[in-house]
Design a protein around this ligand. Sequence first.
Ligand code: PFF
Length: 452
Amino acid sequence: MARATWSSKLGFIFAAAGSAVGLANIWRFPYIAGNYGGAAFILVYLLCLALIGFPVFIAEVLIGRSTHTSPSGAFQRIGRTPFWAFPGKLVILTGFLVSSFYSAVAAWILGYLVEAVMGSLSTLTSPEQAIAYHAALMGNPLWGLGFHLMFMTLSVAVLLSGVRQGIERGNKIMMPMLYAILLILVVKGLTLPGGMEGLNFLLTPDWSAITPVAILIALGQSFFTLSLGQGTMVTYGSYMSVRENVVTSCLPVVLMDTGVSIFASLAVFTIAFSAGIKPDSGPGLIFHTLPVVFSSITGGYFVAVLFFLLVFLAAITSQISAMEPTIAYLMDEYKWTRKSAALVCGLGALLLGIPSALSTSWLKDYTLFDLNFLDLMSDLTTSIMIPVGGFLAVVLVAWKWGIPNALKSLREGSEALFAERPWIADYFWFTLKYSAPVLILFVFLNAIGIFY
Ligand code: PFF
């Protein structure tokens, strides 16, 4: 059977944007931007995207598009030695591990969506109440497990339908919904009494917050949010035709991803400020603070439902992209059918996700290096495996394959663009060869504690 492809350039853009826009944009970005200097952090973050995120994204898509196979075969073919199959398998494993705990975490969002629909969140009127309510849910093992199972089942259902009918169609339906909901929330936030203060807070740069730690956080965020270092973009690139323009297919994805992070911050800040709450409460923000705000504003019930639906849509489109490299690997290397590959991958990620799903209840006292299973998995992948995977991808393209070959491949489908703007070639030469690998190395060494 012929290998699947996207139906068009837009098919790739929607799917890749669905992958990129996830929990890290809506949940994480607002509070890190709030804690590390607002507009100042956003500027540093944009710089990280230009110097690392975008070039690594291009490198990964290029590896996929040039080989039309899963990351394992793709790395090996570009690297031309058996050694390079190893990093290819490593990134597939990373995606698989991420998909196991991402589902366990997204399960809480799905659980809160159900709470919001049932109206339970509207009863929470003080932060103490919201915190106690959240603790009770998180401490209930069946709640975590049940929604983990449900979230995984929904993800597998999309994946079973294939690249065009499942991933592409699912994203083409869910992503516009996500943008529409985000827009409604931003407008609602800006028109709430006191909401403008949130906008002012976000737009006032606090340069004193830009510490080395803030820069490293911005670097790590740019990487995770673009789904780099875990085979996803290599695999999505492998469904792209060589006639497609890689640069103009990838740029809108980065812009959409960044747009969602900034607009989500705007929505969160304006809504929180309108209730007189400074949104710097960290990851608990969406469970502890926002429900209280939702109960105090007019139309709060709908705002709560829309908010958790927004985060759920963002999460499921990312989840499927974390599983697809494993599925593509089983199909390309072992000739499995999509059905078997999707079911086995889903079952594996479900089982491996169970200890993560139980990390806030039954297993919360089982720790290693002071981390529970979920934190261990998340730290292992985001701080170690993802930077290593992204580093290897960019080194493969820029140093093993070589810039002349990479640029030749990048020009295919983009001839007119390169002819009109010759500086694009210089930009990719510099970022692929120097800025991206050097800065990733820097983040990585920091993450494993070399600098302190
Ligand atoms: N890019 C997603 C986010 O911003 O939340 C995270 C993600 C994780 C995507 C794992 C894909 C993936 F395989």
